[in-house]
Design a protein around this ligand. Structure first.
Ligand code: 13P
Length: 249
């Protein structure tokens, strides 16, 4: 059985005291669910968040990392540094990283390798832009993003990979992919994984949906057979909304 996961990507929001306040609100609502629950605070607050949540059911994860172990990369953070503050899972390839920080498929392949070499788990994001969908090119774009960054891996590596389909046109826009659009793309993704790595790898792989996921639409999206959870932006900044989404399972 593949895992159901709901992860909150807080992006560049919340200073230290706001992070503490949100964690306090989350802790007040935690109850055992079927889903794995994760939150990704900004890097400066990871250590604090990890300590506040380490005995809870919420895992603290990172939003990004560099591929090098250490060295002259001013401003960057390595896998080992994340692990040293208790982080075991990292989001890689978010469309905001690709668009604003010029992260390429090649760079992401190196980041994925570095995370896996450090025994970390990766939530690997990808998704088409509006123009790609309008021109009917969304499957091609998604297939290339996945192949270019992941298909050099051995099948066994996929036990530490979670995929997150985040159509760029749905991120922060209030416009959500319909449950059918999400299902169609997730089924397509599972098929291309199965074609290269076999059914067992494909069937055990969690594929999350991200893009304006809210309490009002989560249940319907998560009810689709190939949608195994969500990567939540804006709605994850409010504890009530976030847990309403978690409880949609
Ligand atoms: P929103 O939920 O704010 O659309 O963001 C989705 C996202 O980018 C999660 O990584």
């Amino acid at each position: 059985m593949r895992k159901q996961i709901v992860a909150g990507n807080w992006k560049m929001n919340n200073d230290l005291s706001q992070t503490e306040a949100l964690i306090t609100a989350l802790k007040a609502q935690i109850k055992t669910t079927n889903a794995e629950v994760m939150v990704a605070p900004t890097a400066t607050n990871l250590w604090q968040a990890y300590n506040s949540l380490k005995n809870s059911e919420i895992e603290v994860i990172a939003q990004n990392m560099h591929f090098a172990e250490n060295g002259a990369y001013t401003g960057e953070i390595s896998a080992n540094m994340l692990k040293s503050v208790g982080v075991q899972t990292v989001i890689l390839g978010h469309s905001e990283r690709r668009a604003y920080f010029n992260e390429t498929d090649d760079m992401l392949a190196k980041k994925v390798d570095a995370a896996l070499a450090n025994n970390m788990r990766v939530i690997f994001c990808f998704g088409e832009e509006l123009a790609d969908r309008k021109s009917g090119n969304e499957e091609n774009i998604v297939e290339n993003q996945i192949k270019n960054a992941l298909f050099h891996l051995e099948a066994s590596a996929f036990k530490n990979i979670v995929l997150a389909y985040e159509p760029v046109w749905a991120i922060g826009t209030g416009e959500t992919a319909s449950p059918e659009q999400a299902q169609d793309m997730h089924a397509f993704i599972r098929k291309i994984i199965a074609n290269t790595y076999g059914n067992e790898v494909a069937n055990n792989l969690s594929i999350l949906y991200g893009g304006s996921c809210k309490p009002t639409n989560a249940k319907e999206i998560f009810s689709k057979p190939d949608v195994d959870g969500g990567l939540i932006g804006g709605a994850a900044l409010n504890a009530d909304d976030f847990f309403a989404i978690v409880n949609a399972f």
